[in-house]
Design a protein around this ligand. Sequence first.
Ligand SMILES: Nc1ncnc2c1ncn2[C@@H]1O[C@H](COP(=O)(O)OP(=O)(O)OP(=O)(O)O)[C@@H](O)[C@H]1O
Length: 361
Amino acid sequence: MKQATATFDFDDDAPLLAVEDAVVTYSTSGGDLTAVDEISFSVDENEIFGLVGESGCGKSTVAQAILSLLPSNGRVSSGSIRFRGVELTELSKRELDSLRWEHFSLISQGAMNALNPVHRISNQIVEAIQAHRDVSTDEARERVAELFEVVGLDPDRMDDYPHQFSGGMKQRAYIAMSLALDPDLIIADEPTTALDVIVQDQILKRLKELRDDLGISVIIISHDISVIAETCNRLGVMYSGKLMEYGNLKEIFDNPYNPYTLGLQNAFPTLRGDQSDLISIPGSPPDIADLPDGCRFMDRCPFATSECGTDHPPLETVGEDHASACYHHDSIERMREESKDRETWSRTGTDAATSGGVGDD
Ligand SMILES: Nc1ncnc2c1ncn2[C@@H]1O[C@H](COP(=O)(O)OP(=O)(O)OP(=O)(O)O)[C@@H](O)[C@H]1O
């Protein structure tokens, strides 16, 4: 049955998505936890924006906050999230439901398992279309065939059941479903994590083609900086609820300013040589229930000094469409050089701070 569709007062001059100083809090029996802390970024039309960082840094929380799909104990406690100028945090459930399918949709890591095993794939997509558009079943089926072609699936297979599809095919079928109503923005949360490298590559290529051919924008969320490197125009590097580095992908990859980004670049293959060159960042991120006063990365940062223990550093502009949060931007050349050395990463923030760290230049 077709649902009533809300209309919105979009501002054509506003960015497609603008997140400003967003704070997301979870209420727990032990008190409120801040999972996302004053994050700001924007996504333009026809752009693939990446959010990258280790597990638990708040990437999915950002996605859920944008889509108003936070768990019941989560809320955007301050800041704003605007889609074409419309404040999402103030919309009713009916308005949000309408906006979600018509203007943006989510592809999650487990999306392929979200297909109902007892219904033909075609029928599931037809149902999604008819829930929002007043079209006949024949028209909706034609649209499904078109969508199958768009995502690189054979339309002759659209009446298959999900179990007849491989994991990669199911993920494509779910992408087809998420494209059914021509969204402007797709949020893809770890869209390829469960897939093998070849299928992963095909899906990422397909997302790029969707941007080029259909003009949609995509937010890709991944813990793997090489996935982001292959796909995105712009990115945000997240750590422990904060944005550490933000801006144009090429600018950040050619001239990284943040020690955390330097560490991530070392930790993933394809960016720096083969597997044997990989250097992981020792230690783990702080517990969000017990955050340090200073820089959130301090305890794992080989370049930390006592200055880092005061407050978390603010994001500062370091280039065109490029900002980073670190107290040691002045020593960036030295940090880049030293970061390539495995030995550097065996120094922890505390050791580095007591031995003077990078600030001793
Ligand atoms: N419903 C919840 N209640 C309390 N804390 C939560 C809840 N959901 C997430 N968190 C906490 O919020 C922080 C951010 O989690 P989130 O899932 O957004 O991170 P992530 O970067 O997406 O990690 P992953 O890649 O593992 O999903 C984590 O510390 C997590 O434990």
